[in-house]
Design a protein around this ligand. Structure first.
Ligand code: COA
Length: 247
C-alpha cells in the first residue's frame, strides 16, 4: 500500500497521507514521500493540498522511529530534517485539511501552510515536552509570533490540545467546517489560490513568510537539541511507555 496518495488535477495536487492503521504516524519513508510530492515540479501546478484520511490528519512522528533514532544516537534523522526544510522552502502554496488527530508535527507543519481548513472534530496537540523533547519545525519562532507567547506556550510547551475553534482563534486555522465538508472546503480554497496570478502570489508569499534563513536556522537549532533530547532517559522512557501501553 502506498504511504501517500498523490493526485494531480489541473493546477492542484492533493497529497494524502495513507497509513490509517497507525493514524498516519510519520515514518522516515513517509516523510520522504511527502517531501518528494511537495518538491516535484509540474508545469501549471499552483497549489498543494495536504490531507489525512478517516483515521485523522496524523498522529505525528512515529514513536518507534523516535526510539530507534535515540538508541542509535542519531540526531533527528535526516529524512525528518529534510522534510522540515522542504516545508519551509516550499514554493508552491500549501493548503492543509485537518481532521481528527493532528499531533506533534501534524500541528507544527500547519505553521508552514498558507491556508488551513479544519474539521470541527480536529484536535491539535503537541506533546513534545511531555515526551522529554522540544517543539520543532521552527514552532519556537513562528508559534509565539503567530499567536502570542502565552497561547504558544500553552500549545507547544504545556501540550494542551486545542480544538479546531481554539486553533482558529489562535490564528493557526482559517476555517472550521463540518467533517463531511472538509475536503470540498480545502479544495475550494486551493482553487481560489490557484486562480490568482502565480508570480504575484509567489512574491507576496515570500515577503509575508519572513526571512527564510531565519526559519531554517531555527529549524536546525531545534533539531540539534531535539537530537540530544531523543537520547535522554526521560524521552526513551516515554516512548517505551507508549509502545508498551497495550501489553
Ligand atoms: N507512532 C507510532 N504508532 C502510533 C502513533 C505514533 N505517533 N500514534 C498512533 N500509533 C499507532 C498505535 O500504536 C496503534 O497501533 P496498534 O493498533 O498497532 O496498537 C494505532 O496507531 C492506533 O492508535 P491508538 O493509540 O490505538 O488510537 P487512539 O485513537 O486510542 O489514540 C492518539 C490516538 C493519536 C491519541 C494516540 O495514538 C497517541 O497518543 N499517539 C502518539 C502521539 C504522539 O505522541 N506523537 C508524537 C508527537 S511528538
Amino acid at each position: 500500500m502506498s504511504l501517500i496518495l498523490v493526485t494531480d488535477d489541473g493546477p492542484i495536487r492533493t497529497v494524502r497521507m495513507n497509513r490509517p492503521e497507525k493514524k498516519n504516524a510519520l515514518t522516515r519513508p513517509l516523510y520522504e514521500a511527502i517531501g518528494a510530492a511537495l518538491t516535484e515540479k509540474r508545469e501549471g501546478l499552483r497549489c498543494i493540498v495536504i490531507l489525512g484520511n478517516e483515521s485523522g490528519f496524523t498522529a505525528g512522528n512515529d514513536i518507534a522511529d523516535f526510539l530507534a533514532a535515540g538508541e542509535q544516537g542519531n540526531a533527528l534523522e535526516r529524512p525528518t530534517v529534510r522534510f522540515l526544510h522542504v516545508l519551509a522552502r516550499c514554493e508552491t502554496p500549501l493548503v492543509a485539511a485537518v481532521n481528527g488527530v493532528a499531533v506533534g508535527v501534524g500541528t507544527t507543519m500547519l505553521l508552514h501552510c498558507d491556508h488551513v481548513v479544519a474539521a470541527s472534530d480536529a484536535r491539535l496537540s503537541t506533546p513534545f515536552v511531555a515526551l522529554g523533547l522540544l517543539p520543532e519545525a521552527a514552532s519556537t519562532l513562528i508559534g509565539p509570533r503567530l499567536m502570542g507567547y502565552a497561547r504558544a506556550f500553552e500549545l507547544f510547551v504545556m501540550g494542551r490540545p486545542f480544538s479546531a475553534e481554539e486553533a482558529k482563534a489562535a490564528g493557526l486555522v482559517n476555517r472550521v467546517v463540518a467533517p463531511q465538508e472538509l475536503e470540498a472546503a480545502a479544495l475550494a480554497a486551493a482553487r481560489a489560490i490557484a486562480a490568482l496570478p502565480p508570480e504575484s502570489v509567489k512574491i507576496a508569499r515570500r515577503l509575508m513568510r519572513g526571512p527564510l534563513d531565519e526559519t531554517i536556522k531555527r529549524i536546525d537549532e531545534e533539531v540539534a537539541i531535539f537530537g540530544e533530547r531523543l537520547t535522554s532517559p526521560e524521552a526513551k522512557a516515554a516512548f517505551k511507555a507508549f509502545l508498551e501501553r497495550k501489553k
